[in-house]
Design a protein around this ligand. Structure first.
Ligand code: GDP
Length: 450
């Protein structure tokens, strides 16, 4: 089947791109395209373009540039034609309609990339990276998606599955020909290979956890007792009024979440209800939500009012967050300072005037430094998504079981079954052995036209 779709956004722009892919792409394009030169589309070599006119039932629709890619040298691996027309919504849709009347069918979401995968042009992880590049919101997520496209995860997963296949072939030789004079299966050799596979998988999963922070953003909770300036800080970080700022204590009663793009890193910030002892039922719910936000957050911005001495509520917050990755923010720098700073012995302490928006740059630097200290920066070689992480978790579970079974002297048949399950999970990760349902699911995330 030959598919067609508009690949540019559904909006008015300078140019729109319509893509046709499949065995009849060239024939279909020829029906509606009148070249200004001599060569008809069917005689154009691959990777060449021609200037001409789209004409449908005698009506001139637009002057366009048409590019031909011939199988297998195209994105999808099939004959592909791309038409760049003027970027009006009506004209673009009208040309697509003519292409469909000439025999193409509308492409589903991600169908071009799916065909590229099915034709062996991309691995599944590379295809997923294409979706990630489109949705990348920051520098780190784009870098990670690009690495993925170059096959970094694919390579690491295949190295591990190769190790498992070696163990499996040793096991197969032994279990298939038990009567032959084969040397005894060597459990210690297999054990060390399984050990290697196990640590490689653990490393991959650790990198994933680090990577997810950078791709999806670091979840960050702003906490502090009422009135220290949490909402003001959040608003100045985000540059607009989001949560209600009033001078009455206890006005932020729910948890508001926003994304703050700091360039290298995205913070998912939630401004929580002020934490203090309270009898107010509604406020109590807010305080509970705040406590939960603290538990979930990877980073805590603990805010204190510099113009007042620390009180019991402040001390509770310090106590509750002391084991966590936190930045102490002493606010209201513009007022005479009454807070006892010697009380804090944290590495990261910022003095800011949230009201004037000072401190955003210092915060960005502190966050980057803090995560760099934890080894999170500079290794964005991570998985694109939860699907890949789940495959890795499954593989790790089976490899660990296989290692334990071997150590416990269980039958080699049992070890074989476990190694096969682990290898299966990795082949599913790379897409080498994958069910149709998984493929459908992966491409459903794409936009039409990609
Ligand atoms: P929250 O309850 O912690 O969210 O505190 P708010 O953001 O609602 O702020 C409480 C009060 O402190 C408001 O009247 C703010 O205008 C004021 N405030 C916030 N930041 C500053 C600051 O940097 N300097 C001064 N002088 N006042 C501030």
């Amino acid at each position: 089947m030959t598919i067609a779709a508009i690949s540019t956004p559904a909006a008015v722009g300078g140019i729109s791109l319509i893509r046709i892919s499949g065995s009849e792409a060239i024939e279909i394009a020829e029906k509606i395209f009148r070249p200004f030169g001599k060569k008809p589309v069917s005689e154009m070599p691959g990777h060449t373009c021609a200037y001409g006119r789209i004409v449908a039932q005698g009506e001139v629709l637009d002057d366009v540039l048409l590019t031909v890619f011939r199988a297998p040298k195209s994105y999808t691996g099939e004959d592909t034609v791309e038409i760049s027309c003027h970027g009006g919504l009506y004209v673009t849709r009208r040309i697509l309609r003519e292409i469909i009347s000439a025999g193409a069918v509308p492409a589903g979401p991600g169908e071009f990339t799916k065909r590229a995968f099915l034709n062996g042009k991309l691995t599944l992880t590379q295809a997923e990276a294409v979706a990630d590049i489109i949705s990348a919101e920051g520098k780190a997520s784009l870098a990670s998606a690009n690495l993925m496209r170059e096959g970094a995860v694919y390579r690491r997963a295949s190295e591990i599955s190769k190790k498992l296949v070696n163990v499996l072939s040793a096991l197969a030789a032994w279990t298939d020909y038990p009567d032959e004079d084969l040397p005894e299966a060597d459990p210690s050799g297999m054990l060390s290979v399984l050990d290697d596979a196990e640590s490689a998988l653990e490393k991959l999963i650790r990198d994933y956890d680090a990577g997810i922070l950078f791709r999806d953003g670091i979840s960050c909770a702003i906490v502090g007792r009422p009135n220290v300036g949490k909402s003001t800080l959040m608003n100045s970080l985000l540059g607009f009024e989001r949560s209600i700022v009033t001078s009455h204590a206890g006005t932020t009663r729910d948890v508001v979440e926003e994304r703050l793009n700091l360039g290298d890193v995205i913070l998912k910030i939630s401004d929580t209800a002020g934490i203090r002892e309270t009898e107010d039922e509604v406020e109590k719910i807010g305080v509970e939500l705040a406590n939960r936000a603290i538990e979930r957050a990877e980073l805590i911005l603990a805010v204190f009012d510099g113009s007042e001495p620390l009180n019991g509520d402040d001390e509770k917050i310090l106590e509750r967050t002391k084991e966590r990755r936190r930045i102490i923010i002493i606010n209201k720098n513009d007022l005479p300072q009454k807070i006892d700073k010697s009380y804090f012995n944290d590495e990261f302490i910022l003095e800011v005037e949230a009201k004037s928006g000072s401190g955003v740059e210092a915060l960005r630097e502190a966050v980057l430094k803090m995560f760099a200290l934890d080894g999170y920066i500079g290794s964005p070689e991570v998985f694109a998504n939860e699907r890949q992480k789940l495959c890795c978790d499954t593989a790790l579970k089976y490899v660990t079981e296989a290692r334990k079974a071997l150590q416990a002297g269980e039958t080699l048949d049992a070890v074989t079954v476990l190694c096969e399950a682990a290898a299966g999970a990795l082949l599913e990760l790379t897409g080498e052995r994958v069910t149709d349902a998984v493929v459908e699911d992966v491409f459903r995330r794409f936009c039409v036209g990609k």
